[in-house]
Design a protein around this ligand. Structure first.
Ligand SMILES: *[C@@H]1O[C@H](CO)[C@@H](O)[C@H](O)[C@H]1NC(C)=O
Ligand SMILES: *[C@@H]1O[C@H](CO)[C@@H](O)[C@H](O)[C@H]1NC(C)=O
Ligand SMILES: *[C@@H]1O[C@H](CO)[C@@H](O)[C@H](O)[C@H]1NC(C)=O
Ligand SMILES: *[C@@H]1O[C@H](CO)[C@@H](O)[C@H](O)[C@H]1NC(C)=O
Ligand SMILES: *[C@@H]1O[C@H](CO)[C@@H](O)[C@H](O)[C@H]1NC(C)=O
Ligand SMILES: *[C@@H]1O[C@H](CO)[C@@H](O)[C@H](O)[C@H]1NC(C)=O
Ligand SMILES: *[C@@H]1O[C@H](CO)[C@@H](O)[C@H](O)[C@H]1NC(C)=O
Ligand SMILES: *[C@@H]1O[C@H](CO)[C@@H](O)[C@H](O)[C@H]1NC(C)=O
Ligand SMILES: *[C@@H]1O[C@H](CO)[C@@H](O)[C@H](O)[C@H]1NC(C)=O
Ligand SMILES: *[C@@H]1O[C@H](CO)[C@@H](O)[C@H](O)[C@H]1NC(C)=O
Length: 649
């Protein structure tokens, strides 16, 4: 891209306007796309000046000599290529990027490998999805001193040998995902001194006994069968910043290099925590280390010694088997900002004061938590976002904790509720699906809540004063699926609220206190609304730009509010699904139909009642027969002329 751009600019700046135009025309020809043209062979009349050629998604099976001395990029991906003539690439002296993915290059190895070995300038090669064996890969990678990026995803490699990259030592990025690799010989990657990014996800690796790639910054071993990851302690500096060991069979935390830059550690979907206690896990990991490294002397706690040095800011431990919180290990991570501990099975108490001095974002979804120790809450001095979805925590009433909040140490360790007021920095809280019974007054007082999700707590009683203390800061509030009627819901004036979801309740009135709020989005789906208060809609329409209204029992004849909304800039995202009913609820119609038809079927409630004449002249055009029937039945008692009156006009 860059060289093309440069070329373009130099042409522009160095030539006269007229010349420039024709050159520009030429320039355009330097890029040629024959993508998806049902070609069975390479077109014959290609411009020799081409720099980029895209022949992907065709049916090309054979490639013969190409004479394109300026060609820099060639894309032959998704063809049926199985034979490349030995000399096919010989006249591509400038070729730097070659995409051969999705072909059948595990054939004709003799000829194909000679062809591939002739392009020594190559910087990027993609030979994914070719059914390549170990031998084929090795042959194809010969004579590639300039190769920087290599992709071999989706082949049939089983073993990476120390010969594989011996002629492509400049590699910086290697992706060999989705193969069958179970063995990596010593010396395979070590000599690649530029290697920064290595991805071996979706293979069959079982153990990492001796990680020693000092140069690598990104290592992805996700979706293997890794049982443990061990680095022998040395004094080298390791560049490792991101390590992905997710979807493996780890029982222990990895033993990382002593001197590292690890910032992102992905350990989700493993079996860590299966062993009954943290102490057992740590001592087993250490004895495994001693066994594997043949350490004679019983050494220090290697696991923890090295974890202490990690500048980790992100760890994902979701979908593991923890039954208790691994305090000793996690509290070593003093830079940790994000901890995902969702989908474990925490049930035990915490009896010691912890410190998470940097933790801002904590995910604890689906842990079966009924209780969170005040000692734990107390450790969250910087917490910004807390997700407690799908647990069973009950927020405390203010009185439960006021008395003792002076000193967390004095807090009763077996309180059965969570005192959110302790979390002064908390901005985002989800308490969705917690079987909350009661939201007491001032529950969130002293926090800095900006968004609060209380959805799906169907038995929750929300005290009038529940949001006291945060009504000034709340910007987003979700109180859907709580089975509330309008008499159960009373909201304070919330001058910062911009998003409100009160869907899936039994509401029929929008609390008028919302006039206080600069609401931009409101969701009132699936409630019992019959109409919306015009004055309120007027007030809201100043700010509102998105509204969901379907699933209610709107009265077609009392829907001036809808015309107001329809004429404003507000987006009624689900207007096509919204229905309304006629006065006597006998007839349902789609609200769009109603809006469109300007048909007035109504008698009393609509202020601009159309006359009978007007009604006739409209003759209900565009409205289905059953609508006519309903229109009529409003004007006459339904019992009288029911089925036979559709022709009354
Ligand atoms: C190729 O073209 C056909 C027909 O023009 C189209 O249906 C198909 O989606 C295209 N495939 C790709 C990969 O672009
Ligand atoms: C090669 O082509 C495939 C399919 O078109 C594409 O997904 C892949 O990203 C390309 N490889 C490189 C290195 O650009
Ligand atoms: C590791 O590879 C897997 C599979 O390709 C991918 O889904 C995941 O996002 C990668 N991890 C990181 C940290 O990039
Ligand atoms: C864990 O939480 C983090 C932060 O929200 C998120 O980025 C990550 O995707 C989560 N992990 C899983 C497996 O959902
Ligand atoms: C807390 O636990 C102690 C001992 O387990 C018990 O005596 C006390 O009654 C408990 N307090 C509450 C409020 O449950
Ligand atoms: C909530 O309301 C829905 C719909 O009326 C009903 O099916 C459900 O049983 C109610 N749930 C509870 C817990 O009351
Ligand atoms: C709309 O709400 C205001 C304020 O609550 C109330 O005074 C007014 O009567 C309501 N209008 C209708 C038509 O219900
Ligand atoms: C709309 O705003 C006006 C002026 O602020 C106020 O008097 C009126 O009560 C509001 N309507 C509703 C329904 O709150
Ligand atoms: C107003 O209603 C008409 C007819 O249903 C619809 O086409 C239009 O998109 C609506 N306008 C808005 C802003 O929703
Ligand atoms: C609204 O009316 C116009 C013209 O009468 C028609 O083309 C359109 O399909 C109607 N829209 C709906 C949603 O009924």
């Amino acid at each position: 891209e860059n060289s093309l751009l440069w070329h373009f600019m130099s042409v522009f700046s160095l030539t006269s306007p007229i010349l420039c135009l024709s050159r520009y025309h030429l320039f355009q020809q330097h890029v040629s796309s024959w993508n998806n043209q049902s070609l069975y062979s390479v077109p014959l009349d290609l411009d020799v000046r081409l720099r980029r050629l895209d022949l992907s998604n065709n049916f090309i099976r054979q490639l013969h000599t190409l004479v394109l001395p300026y060609l820099e990029q060639l894309d032959l991906s998704s063809n049926q290529l199985d034979l490349i003539s030995e000399g096919a690439f010989e006249n591509l002296a400038q070729l730097e990027e070659l995409n051969l993915s999705r072909n059948a290059l595990n054939n004709n190895l003799g000829s194909n490998s000679k062809a591939l070995q002739s392009i020594s300038r190559l910087r990027s090669l993609d030979i994914s999805m070719n059914g390549l064996s170990d031998d084929a890969a090795e042959l194809y990678l010969r004579n590639k001193p300039s190769l920087d990026q290599l992709k071999m995803t989706g082949n049939a490699l089983t073993r990476l040998s120390h010969n594989l990259f011996k002629e492509s030592k400049g590699l910086r990025t290697i992706t060999i995902d989705d193969n069958l690799i179970s063995v990596i010989e010593q010396g395979t990657f070590e000599p690649l001194t530029n290697l920064e990014k290595l991805s071996l996800a979706k293979n069959n690796l079982e153990r990492i006994c001796d990680f020693k790639l000092h140069q690598v910054k990104y290592l992805n071993l996700s979706q293997n069968s890794v049982e443990f990851f061990i680095t022998r302690e040395d004094d080298q500096v390791y560049g490792l910043e991101t390590l992905d060991l997710s979807f493996n069979k780890l029982l222990y935390f990895p033993i990382v290099p002593k001197r590292n830059f690890l910032r992102y550690l992905h350990l989700q979907n493993n079996m860590i925590g299966t062993l009954n206690s943290e102490a057992t896990m740590v001592s087993e990991a250490n004895s495994l280390y001693n066994e594997i490294t043949n350490e004679r002397i019983v050494r220090k706690n290697n696991l923890h010694a090295n974890w202490r040095q990690m500048p980790l800011i992100y760890i994902d431990l979701s979908y593991n088997h923890f039954r208790s919180f691994p305090l000793e290990t996690l509290s070593l991570l003093s830079s940790l900002k994000t901890l995902n501990f969702s989908h474990n099975c925490l049930d035990s108490e915490i009896r010691r004061q912890l410190f998470f001095p940097s933790l801002k974002h904590l995910e604890l979804q689906s842990n079966g938590l009924a209780f969170i120790s005040p000692l734990f809450l107390n450790a969250l001095t910087q917490i910004d976002k807390l997700n407690l979805q799908d647990n069973s925590v009950q927020p405390c009433a203010l009185m439960d904790h006021l008395g003792s909040s002076q000193s967390a140490q004095q807090l009763n360790l077996n309180t059965s509720c969570v005192a959110f007021g302790q979390l002064r920095t908390l901005k985002h809280l989800s308490l969705k699906e917690n079987k909350i019974k009661m939201l007491h007054p001032n529950t969130f007082q002293e926090t800095s809540l900006v968004s609060l999700n209380l959805a799906r707590n169907p038995h929750m009683v929300m005290h009038v004063g529940a949001l006291e203390g945060v009504q000034e800061t709340l910007q987003s509030l979700i109180i859907s699926e709580i089975n509330m009627t309008s008499s159960d819901l009373s909201l304070p004036c919330m001058p910062a609220l911009t998003q409100l979801d009160i869907s899936n309740n039994h509401l029929d009135i929008i609390p008028s206190s919302l006039s206080c709020s600069p609401l931009r989005e409101i969701d009132i789906r699936n409630n019992h609304f019959v109409s919306l208060n015009l004055s309120l809609i007027h007030n809201l329409s100043d700010h509102l730009n998105l509204m969901y209204i379907s699933g209610n029992y709107f009265n077609c004849c009392d829907s001036k509010w809808l015309r107001i909304l329809n004429e404003s800039v507000i987006k009624l995202a689900d207007i096509r699904d919204a229905e309304c009913f006629t006065d006597d609820s006998k007839m349902m119609m789609m609200m769009t139909e109603y809006l469109n038809s300007s048909l007035v079927c109504c008698t009393s409630s609509e202020p601009k009642l159309k006359t009978r004449v007007h009604w006739r002249s409209l003759s209900c055009s565009g409205v289905k027969a059953r609508t006519l029937q309903a229109c009529h039945s409003q004007r006459h008692p339904p019992s009288k002329h029911k089925a036979s009156n559709s022709g009354m006009l």
